[in-house]
Design a protein around this ligand. Sequence first.
Ligand code: ZN
Length: 654
Amino acid sequence: MSKIFQYQTEQFADIKILRYQVPGFEELSLSQKELIYYLAEAARCGRDILFDQNNKNNLSIRRTLEAIARSYDGDRESDEFKSFLVYAKRVWFSNGIHHHYSMDKFMPEFSEEYFGELLSNTNYELLPLLEGEDVVGLLTRLVPVLFDEDVDAKRVVLNPELDLIKDSANNYYEGVCEKEAEDFYAKMEKGDPERPISAGLNSKLVKENGELIEKTWKVGGMYSEAIEKIVFWLEKAIPVADSELQRESLVKLVEFYKTGDLKAFDEYSILWVKDLDTHVDVVNGFIEVYGDALAIKGSWESIVNFKDIEATKRAVIISDNAQWFEDHSPVDKRFKKEKVKGVSAKVITVVMLGGDCHPATPIGVNLPNAEWIRKEHGSKSVTIDNITHAYHQSSLKSGMIDEFAYSKEEVARAKEHGYLGGNLHTDLHECLGHGSGQLLPGVGMDALKNYHSTLEEARADLFALYYMMDTKMVDLGLMPCLEVAKAEYDGYIRNGLITQLTRIDLGKEIEESHMRNRQLIAKWVFEKGESDKVIVKVQEEGKTYYVVNDYLKLRTLFGDLLKEVQRIKSEGDFEAGKRLVEDYAVKVDVELHKEVKERFEKLNLAAYAGFINPDYHPVYEEGKIVDVRISYPMDFMEQMLEYGERYSFLPNIN
Ligand code: ZN
């Protein structure tokens, strides 16, 4: 990759905006480029859906902010207007008014009065007025949502003392409480008990006239206007599909969008997971369930990508040895898969991110999510190399490692081996971790309820951590020496106990599943290894460090915890899962938190990053695409305004 490519473009609030490069795009065939162009269009057409899923007011708010950003004709250089722009950028970044990671509503740093002044100097034709509503009406409707801290305070509530559904501000349920939702889906007909549909994945559950009904997201149903556009572009993609299986899977996906039939979605997922030969690939649909406290509703997302052939060799070695890893894990024999099926692994280059994968994006994906499909047909596991590369490039000079690593050796090890260690961790987590193990008969996927996501991430991380330090990794040629594993262990403990705290506001607890998982693991191994000094807490000149002292014993502890977490999942032991999460994953040491925040503030860094997508420009000759050119925009706000104009199809309220 070119050295002069500018990765970071700007920083605001706790966010930095990066760009990612797409090496290899020029070398793709014309039909692959054409396919990418169509899929990239489809990837953006569902953006409104995610905004609406995240909160019922999000589309109205986003459109109001866009109208102001476009047409406000007052003083655009004032500090107040600048703080308005920061707020607008945060809403674009989070796909709504709640922080994308903490799920807390973030508050504008301008006043209610100023909001009124902005609106009265904005072209009202651009405003999302409801029928019969005037600007004052819009103001009255939006002000409490923007300025009252208690209104829609949290997108996803995981605190068991609250009602997980009623108190969550997302738009997956309306007029429904936790108990009602649980009962509704417990009773629902799911077909073959061995191969149950993902009931509730693609609908909103509402109470109307005292009765619970599902509003299905499909053509002709809820979100129809956006889904029709997605279907339009998918249908263009079908004739230029990269393989016969891909063609069939896209046809099935269109059928699913048209009918809303979850059986069609499972059939699509099976076709998709079997399709290993395509160079260009796509995720498009209602996929991840992190946005719903009951882990039922799928948020809309898309990732368009092609295979990174060189880097994939690494992942193939891991997946070729999947059975060896499964057989040698410390997990109880009853909970292991006798035969690990079709763990396919590849490294990909992303060309377009959409919905819940944009602007913030995962660095690895393992799909499909349906447990029975994973068991019978395997799963596709990917690591996104051009994204991790962009992160790495932007982090090298940040000063984070130098501040929070204890010794010079630890810093040097992180800089030399940290990138490979991190990538191998992701490969192991995605290719093997999530796909490993099995449930005992009769145990449902939802048995762990609000603790499911955290424990599932912990399971996958522990699998990766356990094998990281295995000489098998060196034997397989995956790493030159175990220094790579040490760098990963250092980094994991440092992150789990210290650096990830930079992302939490003082006084708050840890909510997000991946963060909960990391603290759970790090705190547990620290505590269990305390008498043996496996990890030592050092305090020097007012700075706290956690230093790994005994890497082999640490590995054993990771194995012990893996064994327990797999047992909890396999048996559906809700109580034990709850205890583990509540005891280790949630609470924050207030003193340490303060110290870490102070040290971090001095570095003046953003805790989160997200991306500007490239643009794709078709070149037509006589109505036919003869080439697709790529460009890399620099301006985040410009891209967000463009998306708001070109890819916005839903009504203001859904
Ligand atoms: Zn994961």
